[in-house]
Write a protein that binds this ligand. Structure first.
Ligand code: HQG
Length: 192
């Protein structure tokens, strides 16, 4: 029976597949992204079907539309798709550097505290450090890694000091690195 839970599970599975292809390992699936991170929808569907992920245009449109974090974007003509953020492969998202809000948040795990305090935030395997506009979102990002720790980043002060900030199409902020002296650390005891 096609229950809502099954349908949602399938959408999550497809979303994870898309993240893998569009952010990290296109070559693993026999496809390549262009300079700006786009891939032809037809090539993507063929790659999905090769590895047993059932995917068609209608399903793809649904995943793009219903993605809670707006992870993916279809081109205006619907022929191409890319990830809005999160890439480890080098792509040019074509985002313009803009003035960030005074404060942005970064969710991480308590076990990274000492290292971040010493070295600041680095993008690890991704192209950018990812920052959230609100604390709730940062908390859920942090939970992916363990006991969450939310960091406050003085984004505007960084910007004034010459650091570039980009706002992805999903509202997540991107920057190349965050030196430790722009970060305040706190352990949230509540989620509000
Ligand atoms: C940590 C998800 C030690 C950093 C999320 C993070 C996001 C350091 C981890 C997006 C460090 C990297 C990206 C240092 C940074 N020492 N640890 N100096 N500098 N770190 O997954 O930001 O759901 O690559 O704090 O929501 O967690 O997939 O980055 O814990 O928006 O769409 O190194 O991915 O979106 O982890 O996540 P990640 P992230 P999706």
């Amino acid at each position: 029976m096609r229950t809502r839970a099954n349908r949602d599970k399938n959408l999550v599975k497809i979303s994870k597949f898309l993240s893998l292809v569009l952010r990290h390992k296109p070559e693993h699936f026999g496809v390549s992204l262009d300079h700006n991170g786009w891939i032809n929808v037809d090539a993507l569907l063929a790659a999905a079907n090769r590895v047993g992920v059932t995917l068609n245009k209608v399903l793809l449109q649904r995943v793009v539309k219903e993605s809670d974090k707006q992870r993916f974007a279809l081109s205006d003509d619907g022929l191409r798709i890319r990830a809005n953020y999160g890439q480890s492969v080098a792509v040019d998202l074509g985002l313009e550097a803009v003035t960030p809000p005074e404060i942005l948040f970064h969710g991480t795990a308590t076990r990274f505290f000492e290292s971040i305090k010493k070295e600041g935030l680095s993008p690890a395997r991704r192209q950018y450090v990812h920052l959230s506009p609100d604390k709730h979102m940062a908390m859920s990002v942090g939970k992916r890694h363990g006991k969450p720790l939310v960091l406050t980043v003085e984004a505007l002060r960084m910007h004034e000091g010459g650091f570039k900030f980009f706002r992805s199409h999903s509202g997540i902020w991107l920057t190349e690195r965050v030196p430790a002296h722009f970060i305040s650390f706190f352990l949230p005891d509540r989620t509000d």
